[in-house]
Design a protein around this ligand. Structure first.
Ligand code: SAH
Length: 398
């Protein structure tokens, strides 16, 4: 133990640490001794000098310490990261059907005991994000371990998210180890293929969190007219099309995403005369479809995060309600709405209420057939409920 870098908590603030919640907020900190550098490991104590845990220090973030270990004998060194990464990879291998896909999330931050670290595998390459000072501090160790333990060809960094600013870190992108990935990586998911742009795509390039849900929607799509709103590079649309959809409409505001979506449909042998790509604002387009009395059998709504902070909750809730209300109006009798929210601030019960209010205002009766979540390669830490962010409902309207 390095007794010289020490964070002492205020009286009565040890509860969350004892429950192994990995965040210590600045308000819980009484004092800091030893002038730790950002990312350096600090020892956490109660005011009466009881050792509690150790973790990475961040001088600028509201989250002052991200905890790594609650075991006095466990040191934060190369071995620590080797063990945690091995455990994370093992967990993914244990997921049934994982061998049928060559893309998955290998490390999901706090849920894998590695705060701020994201690692997504796309075929022979891994794309990482280092979102906290501790993750940044151990970056080389982590990428070296990922390289050694997976045998991948290269590791690319996409630490270009806003959350790094809160930690006082600048964006960083580029090759961390091994070879540079190709411009587009082709990944395989149970017979489906997707081209992933790891350089400029969203997050690390693709929505791996929807993998199981892409499979779920297939059973509703055969012979159906499907609307895929917020389509990005095709994801749900391709699954729907492979499942035998009669017609697919993909809507996204991004021209580049739709262009890649079209390539993905071609790659999967879709008949393009059955597929439409519309560059538009979903809110406006759904309104114009409503006015034109256009109808669909299946509607998928997978919008971006409308609520990124507690202060955006009211506005975001209105956004979710609006699109769901419009979707209910566009559904044929017996139609299926598959609706998602990826905002962790919108809890499952609130989301259900929003969708229920939307149905009510649309004057439609509906029942929930399935509750959906992020896939198991994005596990939810029992000690870290904040890691549950993606939830979805499959509703059937009468
Ligand atoms: N369903 C996708 C992921 C959707 S991400 C998948 O599974 O791969 C959200 C998408 O919504 C992005 O592609 C973004 O370009 C698009 N988007 C954001 N706001 C929009 C708006 N108001 N209208 C249309 N598209 C929008």
């Amino acid at each position: 133990m390095n007794q010289f870098v020490k964070v002492t908590l205020n009286k009565g603030r040890e509860g969350s640490v004892l429950r192994r919640h990995p965040w210590i907020f600045s308000g819980a900190v009484k004092n800091v001794e030893g002038n730790p550098a950002d990312g350096q490991t600090v020892e956490v104590f109660t005011p009466d000098r009881q050792w509690l845990a150790r973790g990475s220090y961040s001088s600028k973030s509201q989250i002052r310490v991200r905890l790594l270990s609650y075991d006095l004998d466990e040191h934060i060194d190369e071995q620590f990261f080797e063990n945690k990464i091995a455990r994370a990879i093992e967990l993914r291998k244990s997921i049934q059907g994982s061998e049928l896909s060559d893309a998955s999330r290998l490390i999901f931050g706090e849920s894998d005991g590695l705060p701020g670290v994201i690692a997504d595998r796309y075929g022979d390459y891994i794309v990482c994000q280092f979102l906290s000072t501790g993750a940044e501090y151990w970056k080389k160790t982590i990428s070296g371990q990922l390289m050694a333990q997976t045998g991948c060809k290269g590791i690319y960094e996409r630490s270009d998210t806003d959350s790094r600013t809160k930690e006082g870190l600048l964006p960083e992108v580029g090759v961390l180890d091994g070879q540079k990935p190709p411009e587009l990586i082709e990944i395989h998911e149970k017979g489906q293929k997707f081209l992933v742009d790891v350089y400029t795509g969203h997050k690390t390039g693709f929505y791996l969190d929807q993998k199981l849900n892409r499979e779920v929607i297939m059973k509703y799509c055969e012979g159906k007219e499907v609307l895929n709103a917020f389509s990005y590079t095709g994801g749900f649309g391709i699954s729907a099309s492979i499942a035998g959809a009669k017609h697919m409409t993909n809507i996204d505001s991004s021209k580049e995403s739709l262009e890649l979506a079209e390539r993905n449909f071609i790659l999967n042998g879709a008949e393009l005369q059955k597929v439409e790509f519309v560059q538009a604002d979903v809110f406006n387009l759904l309104r114009s479809y409503r006015d034109a009395r256009r109808q669909f059998d299946v509607i998928i709504l997978d919008p971006p995060k409308f609520v990124a902070s507690a202060s955006q909750l009211a506005g975001g809730t209105r956004g979710y309600k609006d699109i769901n209300l419009l979707a209910f109006k566009l559904l044929r009798p017996g139609g299926i709405l598959v609706t998602f929210s990826c905002s962790s601030y919108v809890k499952p019960d609130l989301f259900q209420k929003i969708v229920s209010d939307a149905a009510l205002d649309a004057n439609r009766e509906a029942a929930i057939l399935e509750f959906l979540f992020q896939g198991p390669d994005h596990p939810v830490g029992l000690n870290f409920p904040e890691s549950l962010y993606l939830k979805g409902l499959v509703c059937r309207s009468v």
